[in-house]
Write a protein that binds this ligand. Structure first.
Ligand code: PMP
Length: 373
């Protein structure tokens, strides 16, 4: 198999699976129970949270384990927006659907929503952000790395603007940047951030929200009081420990993997640039080496995807979350303003285990379809 869809998901690491199995076999007690099996499970759960806090050097954040980043984004966005009197919120035009749909819902609830534009590199304008924030702004939500284009937003600068302007909270969807891009910001400066384990060789249905403990969040989910009432329901201790393990392993390898993937990306870009009828939609600067978005002009994304599949090659047409809907890819449209390119876009994503031979094989087949009438 020639897998080029690591942005959609990654294979689970054996060590992560071992942790998950071990805890389910040995420490399956309910972490809320007051007797020994409960307190054992609860201790493991607290340990998992503390390990994450150590990795990110968090001093004043709480961690809520969730069923992935979609749930974490919902808890964060609605939790902030619905708990304050202010009615203005800001996000960008290239957010993941799990953020975008929340803002569209807030708009229906009567919030005034600013959707920031992006430039040809997929990056927001700090100037536009600065001008958009006002005294009524309660929340700014900007992703770290875009899941379609790979553009890296200037989180450090965004942090400064949000902090300086007023007391709006900053939420960052870190799913595609976490343990892949070396952060140039302090995690303590981000009011709320969200992570998904299955993008980091962890398991699907696992992730977390980290939020500054000075923030009052209104609970979206109603139930018992587990996890500060924000994620009520019996605690998935095995899931939390497996999630932490995935983050820990990938964080340790981050720099080494980043360097390897940079080389692969440079090679891939160079080869793609030599093919006629193929254009690169990902930006020229501030991009994640893990993602390259291209268009094979005149060829529908899905046609290309299935053509490559015949050769056991797997790429994405748009994002997996949206793959059943055939519309011009929203993020590609935002950077190219070209519907044809947005309809023919393909996302190639890499990992440290990707080889030059695999890339050569992919290039060969892309050349084949690009030259077809
Ligand atoms: N945000 C981004 C940027 C993503 O790429 C994804 C996964 N496609 C999510 C959020 C949602 O993550 P999960 O699958 O854990 O719900």
């Amino acid at each position: 198999m020639y897998y080029f869809d690591f942005t959609a998901t990654t294979p689970p690491n054996n060590e992560v699976l071992e942790v998950y199995n071990l805890i389910n076999q040995k420490y399956w007690g309910n972490a809320s129970s007051l007797y020994k099996t409960g307190s054992l499970a609860s201790t493991l759960f607290e340990k998992a949270k503390n390990e994450l806090k150590d990795i990110f050097k968090l001093s004043n954040h709480n961690i809520i384990f969730t069923s992935g980043a979609t749930e974490a984004n919902n808890i964060a966005i609605f939790g902030v927006a619905n708990n304050y009197q202010k009615k203005h919120v800001i996000t960008s035009k290239v957010e993941h659907p799990s953020v975008m749909a929340c803002f569209e819902h807030l708009e229906k609830q009567g919030f005034d929503v600013t959707y920031l534009d992006v430039d040809e590199n997929g990056i927001i304008s700090l100037d536009q952000l600065e001008k958009a924030i006002n005294n009524d702004t309660v929340l700014v939500s900007i992703m770290w790395v875009n899941n379609i284009l790979g553009s890296i937003q200037p989180i450090k600068e965004i942090t400064k603007i949000v902090k300086n302007q007023n007391r709006a909270k900053l939420h960052v969807d870190m799913v595609q940047g976490m343990a892949k891009i070396v952060p140039d910001f302090d995690f303590n400066d981000i009011d709320l951030f969200t992570v998904s384990a299955h993008k980091l060789n962890g398991l699907k249905g696992q992730g977390f929200l980290a939020y500054n403990d000075s923030i009052n969040l209104m609970s979206v989910l109603k139930g018992s009081g587990q996890q500060n009432g924000l994620k009520p329901g019996t605690i998935d201790v095995a899931g939390a420990c497996a999630c932490t393990k995935a983050v820990k392993i990938s964080y340790l390898k981050m720099q080494e993997h980043y360097e390897k993937v940079c080389e692969l990306n440079t090679y891939l870009r160079q080869k793609i640039n030599q093919i006629t009828n193929v254009t690169i939609n990902s930006g020229e600067k501030n991009y994640s080496p893990y993602i390259l978005n291209i268009s094979i002009l005149g060829k529908n994304s899905e046609t290309v995807l299935h053509f490559l599949e015949q050769f056991d090659i797997y790429v994405a047409a748009g994002s997996a979350c949206n793959s059943k809907i055939r519309k011009p890819e929203r993020c590609v449209l935002a950077v190219t303003n070209d519907e044809n390119r947005a309809l023919s876009s393909i996302r190639i994503s890499l990992a440290a285990q990707t080889t030059i031979e695999e890339i050569d094989y992919l290039i060969d087949k892309i050349k084949l379809i690009a030259s077809k009438e």
